[in-house]
Design a protein around this ligand. Structure first.
Ligand SMILES: Cc1ncc(COP(=O)(O)O)c(C=O)c1O
Length: 487
């Protein structure tokens, strides 16, 4: 077909359309519906360097949390640009997944499964962590209802943990134990999930209790919840091996994941590990579960998969489910699909990112620099009067703030401590990742420090110095204000 063959426009009107739109665009400012429309002026980033953003006025902001633990290789990676260019030049940015596979998606799936040492069976790619969570919900339902040899369609309940986050879409939000993010939508959430306490030793390990006793207690709580819901009614249990945004880098204690696996096996419940934030190398292991070698039935990854060069997430599916699909009545069709699943351009970017991590030995750097980060953060802030806990793994560290260090009483949520520290950081040229509701779902504050995987010792030293100064400055000011308002 000749170019423009379908057009009935005159050449005059064809030409004038774009310039009219751009003329309007110069008169109407900021049409973007930001997360917070009350924040003015919203900072507009015009360039990214290694681990730094540049604003329109030349201000530089160093990102010490990779945004929301996403940009694990910083902002500029020539090898990723080349891989994406190559994919686009092939004319295969997008293909209809109903008809075709691509080498990019097949290679990425092979990489992912091989990286689990074959302990997972297949991978499927989506755009966001929330989509991966939704897919997990549906595959669990289909597995129990139709695919396994003795179907159990009544298994429609899910168990998740308090103060967890698995995504913003309705199913994923329902699955999350995040009161603040759920409250408004409660009336339209499916409501087929139940919560148990997380593994959170800083707050929940009792005086004199051993880790083994604590794990036994958490195990009992899971069993109790299963019994409450009906032992044949539960489809799956979802856990973040290291809790990210909702708790601020809280790792499962030794033995916990294994204990949860045992309970799930005993009651025929599928175990899901949500590694959207903690996965893809962040903890020093490509998959966080590899530290304890406790294999889930379903694993979700996201943020670090293509490190922000493309939006891509994945659901890795275990052998038990895939075998059931292969032998079940559905002819292997998963009744769930998205236009952009297995999106080739994103897969090419993700594969390039993962190759860089492998070729440059970055997992070793994460482990080595992670130890240094722990040491330096604890030295810099461990004794601070408002720092309750510093915890994490690899390059994934949370600092929890408390009003009373002895009783661990959190600040009142109304004081917005984490948000204020975040904003003060931006004003001082540093981006940390804030979170609230840490202590009880409503009150409690933390920030996350999660540098890029290629961070150097010198950069790390500077990061800790700046985070320490940020926290000290914020609380010195807060004390001063409190002092001035106290009669
Ligand atoms: C553990 C976890 N799961 C799921 C999600 C949802 O991912 P997304 O925001 O990409 O939809 C997030 C996002 O922060 C997350 O941290």
């Amino acid at each position: 077909m000749a170019p423009g063959a379908l057009s009935t426009q005159s050449s005059k009107s064809r030409k004038s359309t774009p310039s009219r739109v751009s003329a309007v665009a110069t008169t109407i400012k900021n049409c973007l519906f930001n997360r917070s429309i009350s924040v003015r002026p919203y900072r507009v980033v015009v360039r990214g360097y290694r681990h730094t953003y540049e604003l329109g006025d030349g201000t530089k902001i160093d990102d010490v949390s990779c945004g929301a633990c996403v940009s694990s290789l910083g902002r500029v990676q020539e090898r990723v640009i080349q891989a994406m260019n190559k994919q686009m030049r092939l004319g295969l940015s997008y293909v209809p997944s109903l008809a075709f596979d691509t080498k990019a998606a097949l290679d990425l799936a092979q990489f992912m499964i091989t990286s689990t040492n074959g302990q997972m069976s297949k991978a499927i790619f989506y755009c966001s962590g929330s989509e991966a969570s939704e897919a997990a919900l549906k595959i669990m339902i289909q597995y129990h209802a139709k695919e396994k040899s003795c179907p159990q369609p009544q298994r429609t309940k899910f168990i998740a943990r308090e103060r967890s986050y698995h995504g913003a879409t309705l199913g994923a939000l329902d699955l999350s134990g995040h009161d603040a993010r759920k409250a408004l939508y409660e009336p339209i959430l499916p409501g087929n999930m139940a919560l148990i306490p997380p593994c959170y030793p800083y707050r929940d390990l009792q005086n004199g209790q051993t880790i083994e006793e604590y794990v036994e207690e958490l195990k009992r709580q899971l069993v109790r919840k299963i019994m409450e819901l009906g032992e044949d009614n539960v489809a799956g249990f979802i856990v973040e091996p290291v809790v990210g945004a909702a708790l601020g880098c809280v790792a499962a204690v030794p033995g916990y994941l294994k204990a949860m696996r045992e309970v799930c096996d005993q009651y025929g419940i599928l175990l899901v590990f949500d590694e959207v934030m903690c996965g893809m190398g962040r903890t020093g292991w490509l998959h966080a579960w590899q530290k304890d070698n406790v294999v889930p039935d379903i694993q979700l990854v996201g943020k670090g998969l293509a490190a922000g060069f493309q939006p891509i997430s994945a659901m890795l599916i275990g052998h038990k489910i895939i075998n059931a699909f292969q032998q079940g009545p559905s002819n292997s069709a998963f009744q769930h699909g998205h236009t952009f699943q297995n999106y080739p351009l994103a897969a090419a970017a993700a594969l390039a990112v993962q190759k860089i991590i492998e070729d440059d030995g970055l997992l070793e750097n994460v482990r080595e620099k992670g130890k240094l980060l722990e040491k330096k953060l604890k030295k810099g802030l461990g004794d601070h009067r408002y720092v309750g806990d510093i915890r994490g793994e690899g390059l994934f560290w949370g600092i929890e703030f408390v009003e009373d260090k002895r009783t661990k009483r959190p600040f009142d949520a109304k004081r917005m401590v984490n948000e204020e520290i975040f904003q003060l950081g931006l004003n001082h040229g540093i981006h940390v990742y804030p979170g609230g509701g840490t202590a009880d779902g409503k009150n409690g504050d933390h920030i996350i420090v999660a540098p890029a995987f290629d961070v150097t010792t010198q950069e790390l030293t500077s990061i800790v110095e700046r985070v320490t100064r940020l926290v000290e400055n914020y609380f010195d000011d807060l004390d001063l204000k409190n002092h001035q308002t106290t009669p």
